[in-house]
Design a protein around this ligand. Structure first.
Ligand SMILES: Nc1ncnc2c1ncn2[C@@H]1O[C@H](COP(=O)(O)OP(=O)(O)OP(=O)(O)O)[C@@H](O)[C@H]1O
Ligand SMILES: [Mg+2]
Length: 364
């Protein structure tokens, strides 16, 4: 047991959980640092809600340990019920009591002594001072979610767990509320674990990401680190846009139709390229041909076909306006290499011995 992990606001070790034949959690491990917002991100059905419900005490794991601030709340022969875990929960559907007004919803379960003061404090914090007497049905969806957050914050929990807290809101409100909630949580110095399957939301608000797939956390780290250093091709593809092709590393280099790149690997590899690291420009002798274009105003997304059956997307300036059929030169600012080839690489379209074009330098 790692003693430094012992006093983290929350840690989960080797959690397993099955529902009959369905394995929901399979060696799930997670730790959260004090005061940080950690987002658990993963596709539908990988066990995110199950993990959160176990951390909150609403579900029993088949095995494994959960500690809250060093105290074991799940372990061999130990189960601490939800109300004694010092963990607050915010649900997707807010779960407010419909027959209680805002103040009574927030006060629910609070110690009588400082109840009124605490209710005022947290309502102020979430920007709802003056809403005490309103009933839940008299609030907008965003206001209801802020009441739910206030209720979770009120007892001063060690950790707040939030399961897809913004998913019932429309896109514009969702963006605004997530920024607001982020600053409320920062101000309150609350440790939070949020679940989402919205990668943009996760990248935008989190201090730490935990990428989850098939019942376990597959990579953790700050969003920009995980984005730039995905541990597997699955992470690369799930977190952002990525194109892949198989290649061969030899003599410390990987040769591609858009240049050679140094590598310490050798043999078959899988190369990943992010669209924002690809630049294209019209060039009569260019190696690639534009096959598709989407225009977004602030930028354009092009699909280009290169020799070796390689297709890359390029997210770049909207000018020049390129069209399908245009021949272009391609420059790639950094590739990512994985040791996990798929099918054998397709035979090159250029005959053996033909020198491949070197990396193109774009004139500034
Ligand atoms: N009470 C239950 N009884 C039976 N199977 C369950 C139960 N709860 C979850 N499961 C199953 O466990 C797996 C994980 O479900 P979970 O709800 O944790 O996924 P999730 O990652 O939260 O998905 P989503 O993003 O769709 O909310 C799924 O296959 C699900 O069908
Ligand atoms: Mg879920």
């Amino acid at each position: 047991m790692n003693s430094s992990a012992d006093h983290r606001p929350l840690s989960a070790r080797a959690l397993h959980k099955s529902f009959d034949a369905t394995v929901a959690l399979d060696d799930f491990n997670l730790e959260v640092e004090s005061g940080s917002l950690l987002t658990v991100l993963g596709p539908s059905g990988v066990g995110k809600t199950t993990a959160l419900r176990i951390l909150a005490g609403f579900e029993m794991p088949d095995s494994g340990t959960v500690r809250v601030n060093g105290q074991t709340v799940n372990g061999p022969g130990i189960f601490v019920p939800p109300e004694r875990r010092q963990v607050g929960m915010v649900f997707q559907d807010y779960a407010l009591f419909p027959h209680l007004n805002v103040a009574r919803n927030v006060a629910y379960g609070l110690d009588a002594r400082h109840r009124d003061l605490r209710v005022s404090q947290v309502l102020e914090m979430v920007g709802l001072a003056g809403f005490e007497k309103r009933m839940p049905h008299e609030l907008s969806a965003g206001q209801q979610q802020r009441v739910a957050l206030a209720r979770a914050l009120a007892p001063g929990p060690q950790v707040i767990l939030a399961d897809e807290p913004f998913s019932n809101l429309d896109a514009a409100l969702r963006k605004r509320l997530r920024a607001e909630v982020r600053s409320i949580l920062r101000e309150a110095r609350t440790t939070t674990i949020m679940v989402t399957h919205d990668q943009e939301e996760a990248l935008a608000v989190s201090d730490q990401l935990a990428l989850m797939n098939e019942g376990r956390v597959v990579q953790t780290g700050p969003p920009d680190h995980v984005y730039r250093n995905p541990a597997t091709s699955w992470v690369a593809e799930f977190l952002g846009d990525a194109d892949f092709f198989d290649a061969h590393a030899k003599g410390g280099r990987i040769t591609t139709p858009f240049g050679t790149f140094p590598t310490t690997r050798s043999g078959k590899v899988k190369v990943m390229v992010r669209p924002e690291s690809v630049t294209v420009f019209p060039h009569a002798q260019g190696v690639a041909v534009v096959t598709y274009r989407e225009f977004f105003g602030h930028d354009q997304l092009l699909s280009v076909k290169l020799p070796g059956k390689i297709t890359l997307r390029a997210r770049c300036w909207p000018q020049p306006a390129l069209a399908p059929g245009d021949r272009v030169a391609v420059s790639v600012d950094g590739i990512h290499i994985f040791d996990e080839p798929q099918a054998p690489p397709a035979p090159p379209e250029t005959p053996p011995g033909t020198p491949l074009p070197q990396r193109v330098v774009i004139p500034r």
